[in-house]
Design a protein around this ligand. Structure first.
Ligand code: SF4
Length: 619
């Protein structure tokens, strides 16, 4: 085994947070890389603290390392200070476990969580000494795979990636490792094209190099054509039928420095069928599949034993919707309180929120509560199918104030389809009502209301995928309008940079031509675009101009229902006809009920992927 430590103490002493780069954390796995068949680098195109907090990668790390023939190591994007030191000293990007060059692995897998991390993928490949373009890579280079939510529109990254994984990877990642192991053991017959053909046969694997995009005369994508028999016309996502039957991350790595989610992450279930029309995760992770309560309690026992953490965070799309939440929390508190282990509920829906639950989990300290009305008026909440009313919010907030809470955070979006200035003003009205409620209930001032407003970005595979995103100017005008309407000093307002949301929107619904823009922007310095201190809008706009592409055509144009969408061959299992019906329902502000509790909306997932809702409360 080649074990080198490429980073000298002198270098580490000059960079921020050197523990990002040293490895050796508790529960990290070190194998003899020459004694296994497949060497896998699991990569996150973001800084260590973000990458280490990703639950999906923790699960895959455990699954891959449980295989005797595979060794999975980690790699994250070095922060700019470390990158400069590495480039200066000629140090190639290395794995944290054995400190060997990532380029020596058989495969490097990136998790694509958001579009603004794409430039970091290119930067990391380059720092690893690996050509960024798939077409320029030889047999000696690792295979590059990407997964995560952004893989559901793979096209902007198609030039850089050998294959993509669509959907939940617990099973397919092992199938991929097995296919690569077989190919290597057979002496790599046929080289990379042969193993990619093998992989393309697996459900959920998309090899972009096996397809050709066709364009109309005006430059719009017209279709995508498979170039060989192994390339399926439509690639369906992977979905785990029973979450209790697959490995969970019960032995996660415990970092030396604080990371974003520095606690036990307990995933209660996957999916959310409430059907908010803006929400991509709600579509990608359909249907709802809950874990058994006993399974979860056993996981927590293992996690407490294996990590020493004393805080459990319940992480699902809408944890308060877990059908056995109340008994689960009671049992967790009863069983682990002695050990000083606390439970936190990060995501609360207004309607299913129970102050009793919040009281149970916050017996000691009352931190702030967060609610997401998303829109300021009932009309707009109906358009997005949020399914909550102002009364729901009033009730929940009143109960919270009566129980001693005074800090409330409210999440909204601006730029939603059909939004008017009245809807924007509604945000200020709602926030004021919450502030007034505090005075009414407690008889004093002193509430702290934070209004956090993001700019809506239409995402592929949602009912709003046809909607033309608000321009930067329009978002900024709405931000100013809202600012002018908030007068009460107990309310503070924060918003996102409209320009980053615009770029996110361009890439979210982009096509394969954006690869050239991405390459050029990265060559001109784009990286860490999701970090405001590094985001350089002009570099991006120059890259679009140089490549002769108009970003507004991607982001701000309303698309016709009949139009070909660049992600149509990548299926989340939800029929386009269902999304079109929902888009129509949005125009009419018509409500679509939760398919888990009421009636099936025939979105296509359960029927098409032979999977069904698992609701433990109804079992
Ligand atoms: S097929 Fe029906 S039950 Fe299944 S997720 Fe879709 S709407 Fe819900």
């Amino acid at each position: 085994m080649r074990s080198l430590d490429p980073v000298s103490p002198a270098i580490l002493s000059r960079v921020m947070k050197p523990a990002r780069y040293t490895g050796h954390e508790w529960n990290s796995v070190v194998k003899n890389s020459s004694a296994v068949t497949v060497n896998f680098a699991l990569a996150m195109p973001d800084v260590y603290e973000v990458g280490m907090s990703n639950l999906g990668l923790k699960i895959l790390y455990q699954i891959l390392n449980d295989r005797p023939d595979t060794f999975a190591e980690r790699v994250y994007a070095p922060w700019v200070d470390m990158e400069a030191e590495m480039r200066n000293a000629g140090i190639l990007l290395y794995t944290l476990e054995t400190k060997r060059p990532v380029a020596e692995c058989d495969i490097i897998g990136f998790s694509l969580q958001y579009e603004l991390s794409y430039s970091n993928v290119l930067n990391m490949l380059d720092l690893a000494g690996i050509p960024v373009l798939a077409a320029k890579r030889g047999e000696e280079h690792p295979l590059v795979v990407c997964g995560g939510p952004c893989a559901f529109n793979a096209e902007p990254m198609a030039d850089f990636v050998d294959f993509f994984i669509l959907g939940e990877a617990e099973e397919v990642i092992s199938e991929v490792a097995a296919a690569i192991a077989d190919w290597k053991q057979a002496g790599k017959p046929g080289g990379k094209p042969a193993v990619l053909k093998q992989l393309a046969k697996l459900q959920g694997i998309y090899v972009p190099g096996f397809y050709e995009v066709e364009y109309h005369d005006d430059g719009q994508a017209a279709g995508i054509r498979p170039l060989m028999p192994e390339a399926k016309p439509v690639i369906s996502k992977r979905v785990i039928k029973d979450l209790d039957a697959v490995t969970f991350a019960t032995k996660p790595i415990v970092p030396f420095i604080e990371i974003v989610h520095d606690r036990i992450m307990l995933e209660l279930f996957r999916g959310c069928t409430r059907g908010c029309r803006f929400c991509q995760a709600g579509i990608l992770y359909r249907p709802v599949r809950e874990r058994k309560m006993e399974t979860l309690i056993n996981y927590v026992q293992e996690l407490v034993d294996n990590t020493g953490y004393n805080e459990i965070s319940l992480v699902s799309l809408s944890s308060a919707d877990y059908s056995c939440l109340s008994p689960l929390i009671k049992q967790l508190i009863a069983r682990f309180k002695q050990q000083g282990v606390s439970v936190s509920l990060p995501s609360l829906r207004i309607d299913s929120f129970s102050i009793d639950l919040a009281k149970q989990v916050q017996q000691v300290r009352k931190s702030g509560l967060t609610f997401a009305p998303e829109a300021g008026t009932q009309r707009l909440r109906d358009v997005i199918n949020k399914g909550v009313t102002e009364d729901d919010l009033t009730e929940a907030v009143s109960a919270a104030f009566k129980s001693g809470w005074s800090t409330i955070k409210l999440y909204f979006m601006i730029g939603l389809p059909t939004e008017t200035d009245e809807d924007v003003a509604g945000i200020a009205v709602l926030a004021q009502r919450v502030s007034d409620l505090y005075k009414q209930i407690t008889g004093r001032k002193g509430a702290k209301i934070t209004v956090s407003v993001s700019s809506f970005v239409p995402k592929p595979h949602t009912a709003f995928q046809w909607f033309g995103q608000n321009s930067i100017e329009e978002i900024e005008r709405k931000q100013k309008l809202l600012r002018s309407l908030i007068k009460d000093r107990s309310i503070s307002l924060s918003w996102h940079d409209a320009r980053t949301s615009f770029l996110e929107g361009v890439f979210a619904r982009g096509d394969r031509r954006l690869g050239k823009v991405l390459l050029r922007a990265w060559q001109n310095g784009a990286k860490f675009d999701g970090w405001s201190e590094h985001f350089n809008y002009d570099v991006w706009m120059d890259a679009f101009a140089a490549e002769g592409l108009d970003p507004a055509v991607y982001a701000s144009r309303n698309r016709e229902l009949s139009e070909f969408l660049p992600w149509e061959h990548l299926s989340a299992g939800v029929d386009k006809s269902f999304l079109a019906r929902e888009w129509q329902a949005a125009q009419n502000a018509a409500f679509t009920p939760d398919c888990r509790r009421e009636q099936c909306g025939v979105c296509g997932v359960c029927q098409g992927l032979d999977v069904k809702i698992i609701d433990r409360g109804q079992a």
